[in-house]
Design a protein around this ligand. Structure first.
Ligand code: ACO
Length: 209
């Protein structure tokens, strides 16, 4: 097994309720499929373009092969594929990918959360828990994220957790059917005093349960 995997993170309490982060499971198929299909309009503008149509890519039968590839990457130490739970229910995903060790010890981090639980601190709490885990148990030194300039909500989440802007990646990623510019943000270990979750708690954005 690899440092930081598997792991259960949290809970952290935010206005929406209790947020926990845990490894994705095979039995997430039904809730993953339903949530992804119900949230198509909310998610599609920000996610990599897929080959098959949305509803087909998010059918229940698409989860087992996707889950298997995420699990294989986690076993190789390349990814940390987490589910986000609110009050014990699956509401989204938090994924750490392209983990590189050696003298870089870096990875990217990304997330999505269902629209009906949005605006109540869930993504902020999940990202904070994920960042703290990467910088402690998982042994990483740097995390980066990329976000479209049009995605104001996600930029707020990143800013509130302590990511800094590093640059603009032009025509970076094939998202929603075209090559889209992305803002590159990053954080290295020790940029906050204490853990990121502590910073959220001290600022009144979250509480320990
Ligand atoms: N303009 C500006 N700020 C906004 C807007 C808006 N239109 N909408 C929300 N916000 C702010 C909120 O005020 C809040 O900031 P605050 O706490 O300073 O007030 C912040 O955005 C949202 O914080 P949370 O409530 O913690 O986030 P939420 O649980 O709603 O999840 C997310 C946000 C992840 C962006 C969700 O809407 C989502 O999944 N969107 C679709 C997929 C997506 O964009 N994923 C991120 C891709 S980029 C990446 O992964 C690095």
């Amino acid at each position: 097994s690899h440092p930081g995997w598997p792991a259960k993170l949290g809970p952290l309490v935010v206005p929406a309720g209790e947020v926990t982060v845990r490894p994705v499971r095979l039995r997430d198929a039904a809730v993953w499929s339903r949530t992804r299909i119900d949230n198509r309009a909310h998610l599609e503008p920000w996610e990599p373009t897929g080959e098959a149509p949305w509803d087909m890519r998010h059918a229940m039968s698409s989860w087992p092969p996707l889950f298997s590839s995420l699990k294989a990457e986690a076993r190789r130490g390349m990814m940390l594929p987490f589910a986000i739970e609110l009050n014990g229910t699956f509401v989204g995903q938090l994924t750490v990918g392209n983990i590189v060790r050696g003298a870089l010890r870096s990875a990217w981090i990304g997330y999505w959360v269902a629209k009906d639980v949005g605006g109540q601190g869930v993504a902020t709490a999940a990202l904070a828990l994920g960042v703290d885990h990467c910088f402690s148990s998982a042994g990483l030194h740097r995390l980066e994220a990329t976000v479209r300039p049009e995605n104001a909500a996600s930029q707020a989440v990143l800013r509130n957790v302590g990511f800094r802007q590093e640059g603009l990646l032009q025509r970076y990623l094939d998202v929603d059917g075209a090559w889209r510019d992305h803002i590159l943000v990053a954080m290295t270990v020790g940029e906050t005093s204490g853990t990121v979750a502590d910073v959220l708690v001290r600022s009144g954005r979250a509480a320990w349960s």
